[in-house]
Write a protein that binds this ligand. Structure first.
Ligand code: ACO
Length: 434
């Protein structure tokens, strides 16, 4: 039984006065006390729309999956603090929790894992498709393409309204296949033969790593990967998740929705930041390791350079995931006996930036991507695969959000309004008279 409330409760209301008319707007309260103005009747009653660049103030849905308080640095999946899940849980258990709302019993965990394992072979056509891309193709482009292509091979999951049973089947299929696609893309990029899944022998993370590297991984590496994937598993209505919901709201199939999420995640302002951070740290290293110059560049409004891995739309105090990752980074490097100079540069850069009034005033702190790349590097995962690792972690979150969207009776096709600023009506002139 889920403890979350089905719908926010009305606490009180706000009044909007416009053109000598008053409109009462209900104020809704979420289960953690956060408040929101319900403007569902605004346009109908006043003719007005709202303008909110980047959805800085707009809640697009109600959701019972993830709670995030950016001021207090809180992140919880289905009520469970991220710190506890990262320490005690596994990625598979967290995936179940996000998708189905509760931690699984032993029997539920077994049948969830079996359902994923039963779908762990990839169709030869899809394997060949991955191998047909240029060797240096970006793995995110390959992943998005192969996900879209799945629609051609699994017509049974293209129905507008999937039954609960079919929805569960396709979600576990995606959990199995995205892992394979990521590993196959890596092997293909290195001109190495594909290594097939051995899901009856290995757990999810171990299997993924053996598929990538062709050998059984160190248990410490498996543990670190579990933590990383858990930390990335969901983050409420971020850019890629909102994209998945928006595409899904048109009743496009789940493959199209998840492929669109991959596209949104790829950008350097979102999931692509993990790759951009390592490239930035390498640039600083190549420049001699002095980070002050780069801090100056980040502050210069005439320079497009930004301190990658810094700042967040929601976290304005600290990103709890970044704290866990920083500790994990130290632990992994120590256990694997790796000394990475990029870690020293990252720590120095963080220390310097956190003292600088520019970053302090704007509440810019390291985000989840600042240290994750250093761990991926230690796990022998190449830079251009980092964002795919993020996608692998975020997949259960996308699936949970897609499922919630598809099941909610409040879902409407996502269709924002605009304020038109173009030319007013004018008459066409033939080419000869222009
Ligand atoms: N370096 C330098 N200045 C920054 C940075 C940064 N990384 N981030 C924000 N700022 C500045 C902006 O220039 C702006 O300054 P101004 O008020 O003087 O104009 C102010 O801080 C507010 O920034 P916005 O861009 O308006 O904040 P927004 O919430 O729209 O953007 C974002 C958030 C995209 C994460 C931004 O901080 C950024 O670009 N960070 C670097 C990329 C990154 O690490 N992305 C990963 C985010 S986590 C994730 O998606 C998994």
């Amino acid at each position: 039984m889920t403890v979350a409330r089905k719908m926010p409760m009305t606490k009180n209301s706000a009044e909007l006065n416009y053109n000598d008319r008053g409109l009462e707007l209900p104020v809704l309260e979420g289960s953690e006390g956060e408040l929101g103005l319900d403007i569902n009747k605004l346009r109908q009653d006043t003719g007005l729309v709202t303008l909110d660049h980047g959805f800085m103030n707009t809640a697009a849905c109600t959701s019972a999956i993830t709670f995030l308080d950016g001021e207090r640095g809180i992140l919880r999946y289905r009520g469970y603090p991220i710190e506890e899940l990262a320490e005690k849980s596994s990625f598979m258990e967290v995936a179940y929790l996000l998708i189905y709302g509760e931690l699984p019993t032993a029997a539920q965990m077994k049948s969830f894992t079996q359902a994923i394992n039963a779908q762990s072979q990839t169709k030869p056509e899809l394997q060949s498709m991955i191998q047909a891309f240029p060797r240096d193709a970006h793995p995110m482009g390959v992943l998005g393409s192969v996900l879209s292509a799945m629609s051609a091979y699994y017509p049974e999951y293209l129905d507008q309204d999937l039954s609960a049973e079919k929805a569960s089947q396709v979600m576990t299929q995606l959990m199995a296949q995205v892992k394979n696609f990521a590993a196959f893309t890596y092997r293909t990029g290195r001109k190495e033969p594909l290594v097939q899944a051995q899901s009856s022998r290995y757990d999810y993370c171990t299997d993924f790593l053996q598929m990538m590297h062709g050998q059984e991984p160190d248990p410490e590496v498996v543990k670190a990967l579990n933590v990383l994937l858990i930390l990335h598993a969901d983050h409420e209505q971020n850019c890629s998740t909102s994209t998945v919901r928006l595409v899904g709201s048109s009743k496009a199939n789940i493959y199209a929705a998840i492929a669109a999420g991959v596209g949104a995640l790829w950008g350097p302002l979102h999931g692509g930041a993990n790759q951009a951070v390592i490239e930035m740290l390498q640039e600083i290293q190549a420049d001699g390791g002095g980070y002050k110059k780069f801090i100056q560049k980040a502050k210069d409004k005439n320079d497009s350079f930004r301190l990658m891995g810094f700042g967040h739309r929601v976290y304005k105090n600290f990103d709890p995931r970044a704290r866990i990752i920083k500790q994990s980074c130290d632990a992994v490097l120590a256990k694997l006996k790796i000394k990475d100079p990029l870690l020293d540069i990252a720590k120095g850069l963080e220390e310097e930036a956190l003292k600088d009034p520019y970053f302090v005033e704007r509440k810019l702190y390291p985000n989840v991507d600042f240290y994750s790349g250093i761990i991926y590097k230690a796990l022998n995962i190449p830079t251009n695969m980092f964002t795919v690792m993020f996608a692998l972690g975020r997949l259960p979150g996308w699936l949970a959000q897609w499922k919630e969207m598809a099941e909610s009776k409040d879902t409407k096709i996502g269709r924002p309004r605009q304020i038109y600023t173009g030319a007013v009506e004018r008459s066409y002139k033939p080419l000869s008279s222009r």
